[in-house]
Design a protein around this ligand. Sequence first.
Ligand code: AMP
Length: 398
Amino acid sequence: MVGVMGMADVILPGSTIGVLGSGQLGRMLALAARPLGYHIHVFSPEQGTPTGQIADVEVCAAYEDLDAVRAFAREVDVVTYEFENVPALTAAACQEFAPLRPGPQALHISQNRLREKAFFAANSLPTTPFAAVHSLADLQAGLAQIGCPAVLKTAVSGYDGKGQIKLMHPHEAAAAWQAVDQVPCVLEGWVTFERELSVVGARGIDGRFAHYGVIENSHHHHILDVSKAPAGVPPGVAQDAIEMAHAVLAALDVVGVLCVEFFLTAEGQLLLNEIAPRPHNSGHLTIEACVTSQFEQQLRAVCGLPLGSPMYRQPAAMANLLGDLWFSTHQAAEGLHAEARKQAPEWTAVLGIPNLKVHLYGKREARPGRKMGHMTALADTIEEAEKIVRQARRVLTD
Ligand code: AMP
């Protein structure tokens, strides 16, 4: 529903945005907020963080320290977040002093895979076959019902493939149940997908919706590796994916940005995998490719401003830069201790490539699997953009 924008809801330039979480997503939000004259306060348990380096104020305290949370919220005009595992009490403490956008409902659903699946079912959104698992008996029954291969995912605090175990045979049930520490889980049927897709959407305070079309993603070791957009999928598939994303944002009454990840099966069926009520790694390419980036869109939405145009200026492809790049294979081949020979890649080798942009998140320490930065290439086609960005990354690994 599109409603009337109340002046009281609008948080004008010059105001202060509070951000819970201090990683690269908060950093890129802060960078998008600067040109519009907003101030940024960030709250997280760490110091010298990717967001803190760009913020006006970096508050370092535990999320459970509700006095610190209240003191933080008192100083800001709106609170948003860059990760979905914000504890409910932290969110509620913020709301005593400032609007929380997106609201607690989006957090409640997206931070628990069991609730997420129930939400999909309640809204008739197609997802992978699944079973709730609270015991070994549940797991065994789930495997009998769903079959193998299947994947067991912890209901909370799993991301980038953490807390996930693939089961190839029912006799692996007991070991898998031990491996997840017997915490509540979702068992999913293994989908032989043809592609992985995502839709990043934004919803304004007036209910207006904007989206970046369909983005195509490839993962490596469960971590996003390369994204490209606009994805070359049949128009009907794109339309369905966008409509489902819109339905999710509307059902959760999201004021902000939310990403929906999908599997596209060989039969052309879209299955929702998961949702994240914030900008998403697959949307980083919107920084260069679109008139309004996903981060400026988040800012506009949470501030009650009109959404910007999400139009693509050019097709684009993005490749993540993981900490692995700091540990050269050449050194490993020489038998040297990788940790001892850790060094930053030679950025100058790629900075001369036309139509390529390099983003580094200012993280002090590189670790394998840690997202340290990304690169985006623009070209006339997504194929060409992907070629440029993959070649550039190969230059960094050589
Ligand atoms: P997730 O954390 O649920 O997004 O999972 C990370 C990645 O693991 C996904 O992007 C897929 O590449 C893979 N994956 C997760 N669940 C499944 C599934 N049910 N079937 C096939 N691949 C999966």
